[in-house]
Design a protein around this ligand. Structure first.
Ligand SMILES: [Mg+2]
Length: 364
């Protein structure tokens, strides 16, 4: 069996994210974009992957089409480790993170989809034997920058069944509003996306102690300042989560051993796909560090994360991006919005597939 074709399909999806029409704030994204990767083989088996994502889809697509795909054609998709190692070695000087790493992540996920289809097993059963029917998810709200809107969106998430909430906010009023809206018993985390120095982050951690936060996610700029993270981790009353910007197992080794991060957050569409996620999870587990995968995705990246959690992370939740898309081009069966839980697909490979009508409608 050989790879006969590699496609990168950029879908731009209209969405709503529970913001009242009267609000002057917007997320800054006219659409939510996803980059689907499709690998075709000469024997008719196809695999789907997802490469990060959002504003970088067009750039990542170019990386796949011009750098990565030509190196895949003619290769045996069944030897995932050899092919991914060859690609990483040939492309390392174009970046160990960013568009090239994102593209490689999408390829790896698609190869695992093919592996599962060949074996007749869902991906999670390639990694572990026990059957898992579904998993709890947490609602990951977009940034609103408006306490009233944060409160309403937090309430809505709880109404829809989520028992764990994350907000993306950087001001105390919004964090206080979220806690007040969901009450004292529901776990709440705050994700800042890297705005502050270590001292600024520590000051905010002190100010937010009153809101019983489960973790503070990426408080520090830049995201690879491991020594600043270690200082924060040693002094903060709230535990540190980070890792969605890390590009390899080696960066996770530094996040854990130098940065002293309590919750590491590898992202399957960025970090090298399922293969590298497995290595990172095993390393973190050996160090006794909790893995909380980053997965604000809607297609194969979400499905791959569900399989990884089902197989290897029995205590973890699935990050569910809390917005409603006009369509789901891949894996629409995965839906946490009715119960706060996500099914684990039991069909071979990723276990869910494409919606060609949605792809046709929203492909760029
Ligand atoms: Mg985050």
């Amino acid at each position: 069996m050989i790879i006969s074709k590699v496609e990168a399909i950029h879908c731009a999806l209209p969405y709503t994210y529970h913001r009242p029409a009267s609000s002057s704030r917007s997320s800054g994204w006219p659409t939510i974009d996803t980059l689907l990767i499709r690998i075709e083989t000469d024997e008719g088996v196809e695999g789907w992957g997802e490469a990060f994502g959002f504003m970088s889809c067009a750039t990542t697509r170019r990386a796949v089409e011009t750098l990565i795909a030509p190196l895949c054609i003619g290769k045996d998709p069944r030897d995932i480790a050899s092919l991914m190692d060859e690609l990483a070695r040939k492309l390392h000087n174009y970046g160990r993170t960013g568009a090239v790493a994102y593209g490689l992540s999408g390829i790896d996920i698609a190869l695992w989809d093919i592996a599962g289809k060949i074996a007749g097993k869902p991906i999670y059963k390639l990694l572990s034997e026990p059957t898992v029917a579904d998993l709890p998810a947490y609602a990951s709200l977009l940034r609103y920058g408006d306490p009233g809107v944060v409160a309403r969106a937090s309430e809505l998430a709880v109404e829809r069944g989520f028992a764990n909430i994350k907000v993306h906010e950087i001001s105390t009023a919004e964090v206080a509003a979220a806690r007040a809206a969901i009450g004292p018993g529901t776990p709440l985390t705050v994700d800042m996306n890297c705005p502050w120095s270590c001292d600024e982050a520590l000051a905010m951690a002190e100010a937010w102690t009153a809101y019983d936060l489960y973790w503070m996610e990426e408080p520090i700029w830049p995201p690879d300042d491991f020594s600043a993270m270690a200082t924060f981790a040693a002094r903060s009353p709230i535990r540190l989560a980070a890792g969605e910007n890390a590009g390899s197992l080696q960066e996770f080794e530094r996040l854990i051993d130098i940065g002293k991060v309590a919750f590491v957050q590898p992202s399957v569409t960025k970090v090298g796909g399922i293969s590298e996620m497995v290595r990172i999870i095993r390393f973190a587990q050996a160090r006794g560090v909790t893995v909380a995968p980053h997965s604000p995705y809607f297609g194969p990246g979400l499905a791959a994360t569900v399989h990884l959690i089902a197989a290897l992370l029995p205590s973890s939740l699935v990050e569910w991006y809390f917005c409603d898309l006009a369509a789901r081009p891949f894996g629409g069966e995965l839906d946490a919005t009715q119960s706060g839980r996500v099914i684990v697909p039991q069909a071979p490979g990723l276990g869910v597939g494409p919606d060609y009508d949605a792809i046709k409608r929203f492909a760029q």
